[in-house]
Design a protein. Structure first.
Length: 337
């Protein structure tokens, strides 16, 4: 996952300018399923790589509450959080990727039970999200498959398993999360440069008046980026991703990129920090999750096993869709409660 919300004092009154602003996150998943529309047709293909779908407001609240309850060390490893100096411990991340976790950390992961780290999502309540990926087995290809079905074993990879992303950095013109590596560089630079501070605001003003030399001091290079992209932080919630300095100067000569961004709103890709600063948000009117009161026991025939060979819906999915349809019809009746 990417774009972590950095640690901060619990009390707003205890916060100072030294603390980065609280950024409201949003959660996304890579499943083609319509988790909030149970009557939608079954998808025939996976989403394009890098495509994310937003969880509902209800699911986001549940995911965030569960996430906040996890130990800080686990959250930092899950999201590759920069330290107070804006630096990501790459060696620690490599050790984690190689399976060289310290015994203490492994024990802490074990101490967080699967139930404590799982959140049920979707209007049908058929899927759940495991917030601790350190339990996953990369050899089985499930290192990023956080979301899966509750009542049946995953059969079709693109239908039954999906990655999940928590993000606080968004593309400004659309409610979409910034790609993971770029998002980590954004948060790393944001913390290192203290882009929310009055001191940084003064540096922006100086760069606009003094020219390229002062501007160059504010460039933040995207980590391990073959495109050589760089970042300019404009204020506490806005940043711009721009091409490598050589590319920019080739297009615009020795013009100040930062000045073009501030005065004309052009020069790269605008991103914002925090869901509350996005211009496009999901619709506020949402269906509430269905709370089931009865359990139906169904015995299937051979057709259920045959369907596992293709992309046919599981028996559980078909039955659930039927129950949801009845539920929605009942809700539309007058005097129904």
């Amino acid at each position: 996952m990417s774009s972590p919300e950095t640690s901060h004092p619990n009390s707003i009154l205890a916060r100072t300018e030294d603390d980065p602003p609280i950024a409201r996150p949003w959660w996304f998943h890579s499943s083609p399923l319509s988790l909030d529309d149970p009557l939608a047709p079954l998808p025939k293909a996976a989403l394009a790589e890098g495509t994310w779908k937003a969880f509902s407001k209800v699911d986001c609240k549940a995911l965030e509450e569960k996430w906040e309850g996890l130990p800080e060390s686990i959250k930092r490893k899950e999201e590759h959080v920069p330290n107070e100096n804006g630096v990501v411990d790459e060696l620690a991340l490599q050790n984690a990727a190689d399976g060289n976790e310290e015994d203490a950390n492994a024990k802490q992961v074990d101490d967080v039970s699967r139930d404590d780290a799982k959140v049920i999502v979707g209007i049908e309540r058929l899927h759940h999200v495991d917030l601790v990926t350190q339990r996953c087995n990369p050899a089985q290809g499930d290192a990023n498959n956080r979301m899966g079905p509750i009542y049946w074993h995953p059969l079709n990879s693109f239908l039954d398993s999906a990655s999940v992303l928590r993000s606080v950095w968004f593309n400004a013109e659309s409610f979409t999360p910034v790609e993971s590596n770029l998002s980590r560089s954004l948060e790393e630079g944001y913390l290192a440069l203290r882009a929310w501070s009055s001191t940084y605001s003064d540096e922006i003003s100086s760069a606009l008046s003094l020219g390229l030399e002062a501007e160059d001091k504010l460039r933040w290079k995207v980590r391990e980026d073959p495109q050589g992209r760089e970042i300019f932080f404009i204020n506490s919630s806005e940043a711009w991703i721009v091409p490598a300095v050589g590319v920019v100067q080739g297009l615009f000569g020795r013009s100040q990129v930062l000045k073009g961004i501030v005065e004309r709103g052009k020069g790269g890709i605008k991103v914002v920090r925090g869901y509350d600063n996005t211009s496009k948000k999901p619709e506020e009117k949402e269906r509430q999750p269905i709370h089931y009161t009865d359990l139906i026991f169904v015995i299937h025939g051979i057709g259920q096993k045959l369907s596992e060979r293709g992309t046919s819906p599981t028996l559980q999915k078909l039955i659930s869709s039927g129950i949801v349809y009845i539920h929605l019809c009942y809700q539309s009746l007058p005097n129904s409660s």
